[in-house]
Design a protein around this ligand. Sequence first.
Ligand code: PMP
Length: 451
Amino acid sequence: MTPQPNPQVGAAVKAADRAHVFHSWSAQELIDPLAVAGAEGSYFWDYDGNRYLDFTSGLVYTNIGYQHPKVVAAIQEQAAKMTTFAPAFAVESRSEAARLIAERTPGDLDKIFFTNGGADAVEHALRMARLHTGRPKVLSAYRSYHGGTQQAINVTGDPRRWANDSGSAGVVRFWAPFLYRSRFYAETEEQECARALEHLESTIRFEGPSTIAAIILETVPGTAGIMLPPEGYLAGVRELCDKYGIVFVLDEVMAGFGRTGKWFAADLYDVVPDLMTFAKGVNSGYVPLGGVAISGAIAETFAQRPYPGGLTYSGHPLACAAAVATINAMEEEGIVEQAARTGAEIIEPALRELTERHPSVGEVRGVGMFWALDLVRDKETREPLVPYNAAGADNTPMAAFGAAAKKSGLWPFINMNRTHVVPPLNITEAEAKEGLAALDAALSVADEYTV
Ligand code: PMP
């Protein structure tokens, strides 16, 4: 329901926020958070009555949009019945959520360990890998984001790691493939793939395979720029893991639960990891929930020996009820198929056309409802619109782009020199077209910063 404008309440909400809320990843006095009055479907409203089309799905998690009636009702029913219960018990919504997830994860990833979100899922996946192999190290990609807790931020490549890095004991980073900004001087996807795999294998050999517990990768790296791996890369990593006895962890916190037009991005590449992390889309983030899907072999390690780890709210009944309702709604309403279709028929052609027409768009990448525009100062040199800068990003052109988008009612996802198009999977065609038109107008502002 569209909220009534109420600037006075908005001002009070904002004042209390500024006085007392300590925000993530922010200099507290330099930020200016919008006070949000309400949200429904693909839209949200501020207290002045301005409406925004959300091309960010929150933080890429409201996969079925805001206030989906079936999920809201399921949360209300669970709250009335049994709001919470401790993890060491069998609880209906928990068992049912685990069953629905295990039925959809690839291969024999049939046991589900529940966490409160993505970062702690990564923490536990890596702990399981270390205990399973008895080895200390983890290999991760430079262009990655795996979460804000200590181990998760250490395996993250994103510069946000720098201030948090404890010296990364046991963490070794490598370059995953990304042809547009190739580290391997490759000119084709085939070359990029072959050279990235050769680089990974030599990293494994120089580190000592018997010291490496796990390789962790986002199936499709999200925050770092939605770089689809070339055909054959993930299968090649799977082979290297098998050859050297390394646990293959795929992080599907962002890419999972329909974002790519498949239940999991791993399905796009027919690859089955040993452990797979998820969060966000599992219940559209209506109640915090994440987890690790565990293969038969790793589950076996902890069949007779206790798994030394847990969380008070593991498999929280309210969060699990939201997951059950979300997954059922996605099935009933064909939302995964809708994401694939809207992506292929509306979003992709429009973004390709924008890339042709706007000098500021260097490359478009993506699949399903998971797209990035790589904005550049110069299409020839591919110099990013935000120059890479160790002290942080000078984001003036991106701020101007963002302001223009918001002026036309579009809330854009902006990271470094990129804008990601990651709307709810069930956005309507008309809404998608409205957002794309606003994006077109905002890109004209970015064009002004090109050479
Ligand atoms: N892994 C990936 C791939 C992510 O995108 C994120 C969050 N953006 C995380 C892990 C961390 O999840 P959370 O913020 O729920 O801890």
